[in-house]
Design a protein around this ligand. Structure first.
Ligand SMILES: [Zn+2]
Ligand SMILES: [Zn+2]
Length: 523
């Protein structure tokens, strides 16, 4: 088997991994590298969709591989794209014989929208649900293309019969087949893929990470195994998933493991043993948050990664325990509601196990309410809201700044950076409000600037900010080292890390391969 890494080498995220056997290429994740994107772009400076994949290719944000991309994004620019700067041409044959998604984080899925229409896509029910949920709340065209396929720059004959053409609008696609080849994988139910050198067996395993539906893979050919871990940790609420995966890896005695190494520090830090500061567990988060909610009588604001269903449900449970209503923004509400509705359509066993892991409150639960912000004219009128928010407005079962302002002690309010303006309407009691910071500390310039603005808001309203109460979505260094030691693969390929060189310090008997972009490693 052969491995090629196109993204995620020497950086955190942006995984793009190929595993090939015989005449077949299987791709695992096609994510965006945040660090590369940030180098050129910012919130208001974005790649142009009018340019197809050109802006991304030009800036080397995606790899120049023939047969990888959908032709509708290339054809228009085929004269330019054949030039040495791009070296890419439209092709009918598809380079990717199967695409596997490990989980629904942007640094793993963003560019799957660029894949050809006939690329078989494999992902589990939960990741698929999250992608469709994100698609529902965002009007991002690229997002939509992950799970469906609307040909770009499509011209259709005008209905007037004049023989003239018009640009296709979204409604015009109703009569066109926009489906992609989506295959829902069941955890631990292997699939077999034919190659001209015999079958490959791919098995997906559930692992714990900061978003539901995170998975890892074991790829077997002719009794030899390669492992791809995706993103994972052992200190979340479901260590048993990761432990089970590790057990299966050990059994497979792999020839190579391509592993997430996010938290691995520089060699110096590792040797000095001063890298343990970010090692809180989800249980620590619960304990510390519980104490803060218990000891404060005024309004409590909380910010956490909005797609972390674990964290959202944890704050709901804590709010309930302390007799407060947890008011969440419409996006988090929609995520919970989305799962609530979708899980009803699955079979009983799946539903039971999902609800055991993610105990979703009922829609009418008084301890969880959607918080509606004022929009446009500011009167809470239907026409001022997005489609998914209108359903909330119609229920009449939501809270606004008015309710929070009136009885501040009865609420735990989710408040992210973009919701800070709400404080003007809520006008919290000075000196009585707490901001529970359950999100990562800033680690780049943009985030530091945001943090300074947050601090200015909190200072203005005399709101006390707690110390950071956050737990990493990625494996702790010592646990990772022990795991690699236990699995004892012939080769370890660290990705999703800025410090692959530090793996040599782990004292493993495995060969450590520091991946080079595009290099073909044969095992
Ligand atoms: Zn990641
Ligand atoms: Zn992730």
């Amino acid at each position: 088997m052969q491995v090629q890494i196109y993204g995620g080498a020497n950086e955190i995220g942006g995984n793009q991994v190929f595993i090939s056997e015989g005449n077949k290429n299987f791709m695992f994740d096609f994510g965006v590298s945040f660090s590369d994107m940030k180098e050129f772009f910012s919130e208001y400076l974005k790649p142009r969709s009018l340019n197809g994949i050109l802006d991304y290719l030009y800036l080397k944000l995606i790899p120049p591989i023939d047969g990888l991309y959908r032709n509708d994004l290339i054809n228009r620019y085929k004269d330019i794209l054949s030039k040495p700067k791009y070296k890419i041409k439209p092709t009918t044959p598809n380079y990717v014989d199967a695409f596997f998604l490990s989980h629904a984080h942007l640094d793993h899925y963003k560019f799957m929208s660029f894949l050809k229409k006939n690329t078989p896509i494999y992902l589990n029910w939960t990741a698929n649900s999250i992608l469709s949920y994100i698609n529902d709340i965002k009007s991002d065209k690229l997002m939509r293309e992950c799970l469906s396929f609307h040909e770009y720059w499509l011209l259709l004959p005008k209905s007037s019969g004049s023989g003239k053409m018009k640009r296709a609008k979204i409604d015009d696609y109703e009569d066109i087949d926009t489906t992609r080849k989506i295959n829902i994988l069941e955890d631990e139910h292997p699939i077999y893929l034919e190659t001209d050198n015999g079958k490959c067996k791919v098995t997906q395993y559930q692992v714990d990470h900061s978003i539901p539906g995170s998975t890892a893979f074991i790829i077997e050919h002719d009794g030899r195994n390669i492992v791809y871990t995706g993103d994972f940790r052992k200190h979340g609420l479901h260590p048993e998933w990761t432990n089970r995966f590790i057990k299966m890896c050990k059994k497979a005695s792999p020839i190579a493991i391509i592993t997430d190494g996010t938290n691995v520090p520089s060699i110096k830090s590792y040797r000095d043993d001063n890298y343990h500061q970010r090692e809180k567990s989800e249980h620590d988060i619960r304990k510390q948050s519980d104490k803060i909610i218990k000891n404060n009588s005024g309004l409590i604001l909380v910010n956490f990664p909005s797609r972390s269903l674990d964290r959202a449900l944890m704050y709901y449970q804590l709010a309930k325990k302390h007799n407060r209503t947890f008011a969440v923004n419409t996006k988090i509400w929609k995520m919970i509601d989305y799962f609530r509705n979708k899980i009803e359509k699955t079979d009983d066993d799946f539903k039971d196990s999902f609800l055991k892991n993610y105990p979703l409150p009922e829609p009418e639960d008084e301890y969880l309410k959607p918080y509606l912000q004022r929009k446009k004219w500011g009167y809470f009128e239907l026409k001022d809201y997005k489609k998914f928010e209108r359903t909330i407005l119609k229920t009449d079962d939501y809270v606004t700044y008015k309710e929070i302002k009136q009885s501040q002690e009865n609420y735990l309010l989710y408040l992210d950076f973009y919701m800070l303006k709400e404080l003007i309407d809520i006008d919290p009691d000075p000196g009585k409000t707490v901001y529970l910071k359950s999100i990562t500390d800033p680690f780049d310039e943009e985030m530091i600037i945001k943090e300074q603005k947050l601090d200015a808001w909190l200072k203005h309203f005399q709101i006390r900010k707690t110390k950071t109460i956050h737990s990493s979505g990625h494996c702790r260094v010592n646990e990772l080292r022990d795991m690699l030691n236990e699995i004892n693969a012939d080769n370890v390929i660290p990705i999703h890390t800025e410090h692959p060189e530090t793996f040599k310090e782990f004292g493993l008997s495995s060969e450590i391969i520091q991946p080079e972009i595009g290099k073909r490693y044969s095992f």
